[in-house]
Design a protein around this ligand. Structure first.
Ligand SMILES: [Zn+2]
Length: 196
């Protein structure tokens, strides 16, 4: 049901419905490299991960991507998903901030000032650690501008797809009400019937 090409321009309606503004969209795309619902892993090898990093412009062509890089990246991705579960009202897995803190350290994220007087977080590390650092820098920026709270993981545990909540009162909890919202309601109904 989900794939990155859909998020990156296949279906315009879906694009508007769930995509995040500006640079936060990259974070959403990263989390959605795993589709739990369909058990599809886009980052299933260091080569596949490298291809993804090249596609989104986070890595230079000459950089190496090895198995431990991939393992760390997937740990970071799932820690980010855990934060998005919390954004949707779920409990925060206490391991997630620890994982992200370690990744930020490895990336050597530091506050840099540009000649124009603006500032941003930039990784000192190169390669995959630096690429992960750039993703985390976008997370930090979204946390400070308030857009982070709207990036959520679908409340259906078997889905957990990352989506941007465009509802006026920030009350969205399903990636798509027509799909997961109704499925969750049907599951709850069946549970009540079974208990009765
Ligand atoms: Zn969903």
């Amino acid at each position: 049901m989900h794939n990155l090409s859909m998020a990156y321009g296949g279906d315009v309606a879906t694009l508007k419905k769930e995509t995040a503004p500006d640079e936060l969209e990259l974070v959403r795309a990263f989390v959605n490299t795993a589709d739990l619902e369909d058990d599809e892993e886009e980052l299933d090898s260091p080569a596949a991960f490298k291809a993804w990093l090249l596609e989104v412009g986070l890595l230079g062509r000459g950089a190496d991507v090895v198995e431990p890089d991939l393992r760390r990246a997937i740990d970071v991705r799932e820690a980010l998903r855990a934060l998005l579960v919390a954004n949707a009202g779920g409990a925060l897995d206490p391991r997630a901030p620890v994982t992200l803190d370690q990744a930020a350290r490895r990336a050597g994220l530091a506050l840099r000032f540009a000649p124009g007087g603006t500032s941003r977080l930039e990784p000192a590390a190169a390669g995959v650690d630096g690429a992960i650092g750039q993703i985390l820098a976008r997370v930090a920026e979204a946390m400070s501008d308030g857009s982070w709270a709207r990036l959520k993981a679908c409340r259906r545990e078997t889905c957990a797809w990352a989506f941007y909540d465009h509802t006026k009162n920030h009350s969205g909890v399903w990636c798509e009400m027509a799909v997961c919202g109704n499925r969750a309601k049907a599951e709850a109904y069946r549970r009540r019937q079974a208990e009765a």
